[in-house]
Design a protein around this ligand. Structure first.
Ligand SMILES: [Zn+2]
Length: 248
């Protein structure tokens, strides 16, 4: 079920997320887009959604808010040339895999149950001081349960088991990410880039909120209408009044 982020919610998102981490900004967009959805349970914890499901929903809400085409910029890692291109939200959605279910890895007598990473895990990793610590926190978060050769649960994996689990978690999460195959028109280099729908949607919402504020300010000053009246009118009518305000 898709829900556009209405103009007032875009202003709210910008205010609420201004000083927050990108992980929190993505959650704010999700919460504001879904707060009017009758099918969403009020108790559903968005920070606990697998990242693949978070991204799927963000793509759907992005498309409902700004349309299917997503303008993007990328810098060539070989020659530094910037290229502009467009992505289709619908095409990306079609290519998305289902979130990976939990799996049990068996190695050297250990049984380790691994689950998909969630926003809450990224937030926990973001609080770490070094990238190495942050990476270790993500692996630890992904381990739902570990049982040693004695059958007892343990929260400490032996040193020789850890790298195998770490590699498997990295592999699972890479498969859940949206990646793009890009080619540079200037030098011909090809590379793979990740596409972060949360950051992309946030940047667009922020720019749109700035534009909305200046439209509302201009029209309120000219015609004396309330912010609420201006934000709930269709964008096309707001633009039409803006034209009038400029020529008269
Ligand atoms: Zn290039």
């Amino acid at each position: 079920m898709e829900h556009a982020l209405p103009p007032l919610a875009r202003l709210e998102a910008r205010e609420q997320g201004a000083h927050l981490h990108p992980v929190d900004r993505a959650l704010i967009l999700l919460r504001l887009a879904e707060r009017a959805m009758p099918e969403t349970s009020a108790t559903e914890a968005l920070p606990l959604l697998p990242l693949a499901e978070r991204d799927r929903r963000l793509l759907i809400h992005r498309r409902a808010t700004f349309g299917d085409r997503m303008p993007c910029l990328a810098e060539c890692p070989s020659c530094g040339a910037t290229q502009e291109f467009e992505l289709s939200a619908a095409e990306i959605l079609t290519g998305l895999d289902e979130p990976r279910p939990e799996e049990i890895l068996e190695t050297d007598g250990w049984l380790v149950r691994v689950r998909a990473l969630r926003s809450a895990d990224l937030a926990a990793a973001a609080r770490e001081k070094t990238p190495e610590r942050a990476a270790a926190v993500l692996v630890a978060q992904a381990i739902a349960e570990a049982r040693g050769p004695d059958g007892e649960t343990s929260n400490r994996l032996p040193d020789h088991v850890w790298p195998l689990i770490e590699a498997r978690v990295a592999e699972r999460e890479a498969a859940a990410e949206i990646s793009l195959g890009l080619a540079c028109p200037a030098c011909g280099a090809g590379w793979t880039a990740g596409f972060d729908i949360g950051a992309h949607f946030w940047t667009e919402v922020e720019a749109d909120a700035r534009r909305l504020l200046s439209e509302v300010a201009a029209l309120a000053e000219r015609f004396g209408w309330s912010e609420e009246a201006l934000l709930t009118m269709p964008a096309s009518r707001r633009r039409a009044y803006l034209e009038l305000a400029r020529v008269t």
